[in-house]
Design a protein. Structure first.
Length: 93
């Protein structure tokens, strides 16, 4: 029997450049669910508890918001991106 482990992107986001490239690739898809998942992966890689604290949201609430079935507000997304040390910028397509 083959033992298969779920792939977890957060285990591979070890440098700032990895994180930037990962979020940029997710943003380029235009898929809001993928972007939400990518932000969750980065938050997990950085430490969900610490990011939740810096964003001013509850840890469990943040896990739920950034989960596959979550529906975070834009305000929560902005707070998390800010806590991750990032910002949103708009470019011409």
């Amino acid at each position: 029997m083959v033992n298969v482990k779920d792939w977890d992107a957060s285990e591979y986001l070890s440098t700032e450049q990895d994180i930037i490239d990962y979020l940029d690739a997710a943003a380029e898809t235009g898929d809001p669910r993928l972007m939400q998942a990518a932000i969750g992966d980065v938050a997990k890689a950085r430490g969900m508890g610490q990011i939740a604290k810096e964003a001013g949201v509850g840890r469990e609430s943040l896990y739920k918001s950034l989960s596959k079935d979550g529906n975070p507000s834009f305000q929560t997304i902005l707070k998390v991106i800010n806590a991750l040390g990032g910002r949103i910028s708009i470019q011409a397509a």
